[in-house]
Design a protein around this ligand. Structure first.
Ligand SMILES: C[S@@+](CC[C@H](N)C(=O)[O-])C[C@H]1O[C@@H](n2cnc3c(N)ncnc32)[C@H](O)[C@@H]1O
Length: 308
């Protein structure tokens, strides 16, 4: 099913993102999580047209997943040179923005996690509903796969990962069941083993949700990438530029809060998190856990100090 913006993935809180970023004609923006390009298109539309200096708006879109870049390139074709797409992890935000001429930026967006396209893919292993091989890498460049963790790691390490990145209270029980059922052949098999171990009850969140989240975070080093990306966002933004983040679970949100509290360059614009409306959650249930935060770059730095 395609979204209202014509993409496979339904972009979350689009008008809230545009308002929070303060998108204006002629502005320079970086979408660190391009995905299906829903937010990027909205930003390009709002930034089109000349700003006060006669410049037209520009957008740099990054994604670690080469398939996201391929899927979105054709969609953004009509924006010509105003849209530049790069297949890279946002942990390289600083150097990518510098080499593409996007410093200083007026706004940076992180819409974290997975796109619906990735979640629904038959061959990526992100969903416990599909008998796909347990890969879970955003890019084939990564060496670690979910299959290796699930079938090779010692039980104790597996339990610790599920606890740390899934905040799963039944992590030890689940790790024991996984080891007992080795070899785990695919994502559906893993989902079933975890569901049996943790006691599946109809009507609540699938019991393998936290385990799958933990594996994905571990495989892609997501927390380390987020820490690196947030730190570099501060240095690519112009003074008064906005950083907007959308997170979907408490580990990500905690990292973002920690970054803002610990940063002497950024201050929160809106203290409270912004949540999707009831109508949006009804239309797009995957938006239900989204938390949007807005912070602003405080002190302009010299151009030299921005590039890392
Ligand atoms: C929730 S989706 C973004 C959807 C997008 N806002 C849209 O409107 O279609 C998250 C995207 O971020 C990408 N991603 C996740 N972690 C990343 C990282 N560390 N570096 C670059 N891209 C990342 C994923 O591959 C995925 O395509």
């Amino acid at each position: 099913m395609t979204s209202a913006t014509g993409t496979y993935h339904w972009p979350v809180m689009v008008s809230e993102v545009l308002e929070s970023l303060g998108v204006h004609p002629g502005g320079t923006y970086i979408d660190c999580t391009l995905g299906d390009g829903g937010h990027s298109v909205a930003i390009l539309e709002a930034a089109a047209g000349p700003g006060p200096t006669g410049e037209h708006g520009r957008l740099l879109g990054l994604d670690a997943d080469p398939e996201a870049i391929v899927a979105t390139t054709a969609r953004l074709d009509s924006y010509g040179g105003s849209a530049v797409l790069v297949n890279t992890n946002f942990e390289h935000l600083g150097q990518t923005a510098a080499s593409q001429g996007f410093i200083p930026a007026d706004g940076v967006l992180f819409d974290l996690g997975l796109s619906s396209r990735q979640l629904d893919a038959e061959d990526r292993g992100f969903s416990f509903k599909r008998p796909a091989s347990l890969d879970m890498r955003f890019s084939a460049e990564g060496e670690l796969t979910a299959d290796y963790i699930v079938n090779e790691w010692p039980e104790e390490d597996l339990a610790n990962l599920i606890y740390k990145f899934g905040e799963e209270p039944k992590s030890r029980k689940i790790a024991k069941a996984i080891v007992r059922n080795r070899t785990i052949v695919d994502a559906k098999h893993l989902g079933d083993v975890v569901a049996r171990a943790s006691g599946y009850r109809k009507g609540r969140t699938h019991p393998a949700t936290r385990t799958f989240q933990a594996l994905r975070i571990g495989v892609n080093h997501e927390i380390e990438s987020l820490q690196a990306g947030l730190g570099q966002a501060a240095s690519v933004l112009d003074g008064g530029g906005r950083l907007v983040t959308i997170s979907y679970h408490s580990l990500e949100d905690r990292e973002i809060k920690r970054f803002v509290v610990g940063s002497d360059q950024m201050k929160a614009v809106v203290k409270k998190v912004i949540r999707p409306s009831k109508a949006e959650v009804e239309r797009n249930p995957r938006s239900r856990s989204a938390k949007l935060r807005v912070v602003e770059r405080l002190i302009p730095e010299s151009d030299d100090s921005r590039v890392r």
